[in-house]
Design a protein around this ligand. Structure first.
Ligand code: DMJ
Length: 468
């Protein structure tokens, strides 16, 4: 008698042989890493917080040894990189408040001395307003609030004064670049994130100095942008700040738009600003109507045309993973949890987070990992609001994967590809300002920082709600 192999057994065998490497069975791959499998694992928060602190120290010591006084460590060649022709101490300023929160007194003291003794903005260099504002103005303000050393505030004020001419456009929306010495501006085609992400820093500076000019300019810019939303309440990805006309109508929550929404919400929360409350509420209604997407692979936010609401793409990426934090901060726990679960699937496709995927197919379309913090930031917010162990478990996975794939002899390197795990010789300052800070705060005792008393700027710098 001829032996017949049952068809069901045949299919199971095929799945076992090909399932874990074949994209068709990608979902199996995802499930095999799902936090539900590990939910019962006990997380020792104290031990995890200490581990994160030790890795911060390791990277900081690498910076000290090979890049002291420069903007960034290059963690493979053991050298340094400056953003412009002369250093603005991007890593020390960005990392300082993390050191204070971690209780690293010796490191904080030496960094404070470096910044106060040598940082000067009197330089003939043309800088990017957005990055300098979120990293340096934001970092200096939170450093001032944490230490009460007026030197930090003076530096923030001097820098902001040099940046102010960016707002001298017909619409009030800022130019993208400015020369710190001459005040010459450039870059008239900008985007919502770069236009609308300065009201936390400049509003705080106005509060601390008593000079309303900073706040007024930031608010005017934010409102000018909001007023140019489409009839259905969305914004696009590029706009001319001179004519006020949209150049690109692709609407999403991704990089280039992300922190515009973040600042509407946080400005309302930080200062009880009623206009921003209204602007946030109109915006989130449109975002949930046109960008939210309940796909078979999970709950996501995709891209749509700002005028018609028609779906343009189902792309989602590491930068978009900031949104669960905004959702839960605004009171929408359900969507926040569903989106963070999707983000976690994205992280686990290759064991560390790709820059962008197409969520319809769970296919990676941009494979880099530049040490981004957003998914960790969202886990920290969600843990604060739910105390669910699953967010600690996620945090442990994030931390272990970063150490496994990105650590070098002197620091942590970006990945060119999460698939090949090939490294790139760069360590952005936000790795110390945000990625390791949010990981630490996730595991550290709540008393390290009272979440309800601060608002984080988009670079992870805590600004105190009631600083006196
Ligand atoms: C940071 O500089 C900020 O979080 C910014 O808003 C977006 N990109 C990086 C981190 O990914």
């Amino acid at each position: 008698m001829k032996y017949k192999f049952p068809i069901s057994l045949f299919i199971i065998t095929l799945i076992i042989i090909f399932g874990f490497s074949n994209p068709i069975f990608g979902k199996l791959n995802i499930r095999s890493h799902s936090f539900t499998d590990k939910q019962n694992e006990k997380i020792n928060k104290k031990e995890m917080a200490e581990k994160v602190k030790q890795e911060f120290l390791f990277a900081w010591n690498g910076y000290k040894k090979y890049a002291w006084g420069h903007d960034e460590l290059k963690p493979i060649s053991d050298t340094y990189r400056d953003w412009y022709s002369s250093s603005l101490l991007m890593t020390p300023v960005d990392a300082f408040d993390t050191m204070v929160l971690m209780g690293l007194k010796k490191e904080a003291a030496e960094t404070q001395k470096l910044i106060l003794d040598s940082l000067s903005f009197d330089k003939n260099i043309t800088v990017k307003f957005f990055e300098i504002n979120i990293r340096l103005v934001g970092g200096l303000l939170s450093s001032y609030e944490l230490t009460r050393n007026k030197g930090f505030l003076k530096l923030a004020e001097d820098l902001a004064n040099r940046l102010m001419p960016v707002f001298n456009s017909k619409t009030g929306m800022p130019y993208r670049y400015i020369n710190l010495k001459t005040g010459k501006v450039s870059g008239a085609v900008s985007n919502p994130a770069e236009i609308g992400s300065c009201i936390i820093e400049l509003g705080t500076l106005s509060k601390l100095t008593g000079n309303p000019e900073y706040f007024n300019k930031a608010k005017r810019a934010l409102t000018a942008l909001y007023n140019r939303r489409s009839n259905i309440g969305l914004v696009g990805s590029e706009i001319s700040i001179e004519t006020g006309k949209w150049v690109n109508t692709n609407s999403s929550i991704t990089g280039g738009i992300d922190s515009y929404y973040e600042y509407l919400l946080k400005r309302w929360m930080l200062f009880g600003d009623k206009d921003c409350e209204r602007m946030w509420k109109t915006s989130i209604t449109a975002i949930n109507k046109y960008l939210a997407d309940k796909a078979s692979t999970g709950f996501w936010y995709g891209h749509a045309d700002m005028n018609t609401g028609k779906r343009i793409s189902t792309h989602f990426g590491a930068l978009d993973a900031f949104f669960p934090a905004e959702l839960v901060l605004s009171g929408d726990l359900k969507r926040a949890e569903a989106l963070e679960a999707s983000c976690y699937k994205m992280w686990n496709l290759e064991g560390i987070e790709p820059e962008q995927i197409d969520y319809s197919y769970m296919k990676i379309i941009s494979p880099g990992y530049p040490l981004r913090p957003e998914i960790i930031e969202s886990a920290y917010y969600l843990y604060h609001y739910t105390h669910s162990k699953k967010y600690l478990q996620m945090g442990k996975t994030f931390f272990n994967n970063i150490v496994k794939y990105c650590k070098t002899n002197s620091g942590f390197a970006e990945l060119k590809s999460v698939i090949t795990k090939q490294k790139r010789d760069a360590m952005e300052s936000f790795f110390l300002a945000e990625t390791l800070k949010y990981l630490y705060l996730l595991f550290a005792p709540a008393k390290v920082l009272d979440f309800n008393k601060v608002i984080f700027n988009t670079e992870g710098h805590p600004v105190q709600r009631n600083f006196k």
